[in-house]
Unconditional design. Structure first.
Length: 336
């Protein structure tokens, strides 16, 4: 069996910075509340009318990852795109990246696993490479949340948290069994699907025509809903569980971790996990303070920044972990 290694990383965030103070002009919130509860100081929100979308941001991140991988775009065998905020209801953004990068008619797959979407996508890519089916796979996580948030006081519990952005990696076949993605671990618990969800428009509850017909100003069904405290409580348990699962699978212990990159859900969640594993500040990478929670994009953005800042060195043990809507959660144990 082959091993897969990350050979290129890139990220892209929109230029437009939105501070907590700016949000307090839109809704009843304040910088102190947001920082204390989430650690967020600012996030990037696509400027309306800029033409930027989930797929264009994903494409920009992908271009950088491909260039850094030192490969030609036509060497890519497959594209996997994780998002909860696609440009279209269908088709998904994977094919849009294929077109934008002018890559030949390779396959493109879209992954719908929200905050753990990038880890699910990475795991799928890893399996394709391990079996020998593909040699180079482009894996993207991108989100454009800002257009779909309720930016009034009614939606403040959710809208202050989420930001826009994209990250991408190129995964490549390697024959060095000791390096690369050592294992991935994926879980879900559908009984809690509604606790962090956006139920309309959808074929299950209400479609666009129903929303328009009812024209109800109190309708909140087309805004994201989050049972914040319940999600928080589950997140801290699952993060710890799934990191331990990954370590045990590889006969490793917490002392072996060089860098933990948690999905940037909430700085308090990352800090809880950090303390559980007894990690120093420099062993956990967080950038939620600048970007908010970018869902499927948060891990590839953080991974790219950590790598750019020289925090990831050859031979390091890098642990990725995520939890979110579904509920879904997962981890990846990587020997760099
Ligand atoms: O990435 C996917 C996974 N997502 C997560 O992991 C998120 C997990 N949950 C959280 O991060 C936290 O639950 C939140 C940051 C979302 C909320 O923090 P919290 O400490 O759980 O606050 P809360 O929802 O219990 O609200 C506390 C108070 C409420 O007021 P009352 O009822 O105590 O008077 C809210 O109405 O804070 C109020 N509140 C706000 N106040 C100012 C809620 N949102 C805001 C806001 N600004 N933006």
């Amino acid at each position: 069996m082959y091993q897969s290694r990350i050979i290129g990383l890139g990220h892209y965030v929109p230029e437009n910075i939105v501070t907590n103070d700016e949000l307090s002009k839109l809704m009843d919130t304040n910088d102190a509340w947001i920082q204390e509860r989430t650690g967020i100081k600012e996030r990037r929100w696509v400027k309306p009318g800029s033409g930027e979308t989930t797929s264009t941001m994903g494409t920009e991140a992908a271009k950088i990852a491909i260039e850094r991988a030192g490969i030609d775009k036509d060497e890519i065998d497959f594209i996997i795109f994780a998002t909860l905020s696609p440009d279209y209801y269908f088709p998904g953004p994977g094919v849009m990246v294929q077109e934008a990068l002018d890559i030949k008619t390779i396959g493109a797959l879209d992954v719908r696993n929200q905050c753990s979407g990038f880890l699910y996508a990475l795991s799928v890519a890893d399996q394709f490479i391990k079996t020998g089916m593909y040699k180079k796979i482009l894996v993207i996580g991108s989100e454009l949340h800002s257009r779909g948030l309720d930016k009034t006081t009614r939606g403040r519990g959710v809208s202050v948290i989420f930001g826009d952005g994209a990250g991408a990696v190129v995964l490549s076949r390697s024959e060095d069994a000791k390096k690369g993605i050592l294992s991935t671990h994926l879980h879900s618990q559908g009984e809690h699907a509604k606790e962090l969800s956006l139920v309309a428009p959808g074929m299950g509850k209400r479609w666009v025509s129903d929303i328009l017909r009812e024209n109800d100003p109190n309708d909140e069904s087309y805004f994201p809903y989050m049972n914040g405290q319940f999600v928080f409580k589950n997140a801290i348990v699952r993060f710890v569980e799934v990191i331990n699962e990954g370590l045990q699978k590889n006969n490793l212990t917490k002392e072996d971790i060089n860098l933990l990159i948690p999905h940037q859900a909430n700085l308090r969640i990352s800090q809880f996990v950090q303390h559980k594993f007894g990690l120093r500040d420099d062993q956990v990478y967080n950038n939620i303070v600048r970007y908010g929670n970018t869902t499927a994009a948060s891990i590839p953005i953080a991974l790219t920044e950590a790598w750019q800042e020289g925090k990831i060195k050859e031979g390091n043990l890098v642990v990725l972990a995520a939890f979110g809507s579904g509920f879904t959660w997962g981890s990846a144990i990587i020997r760099w």
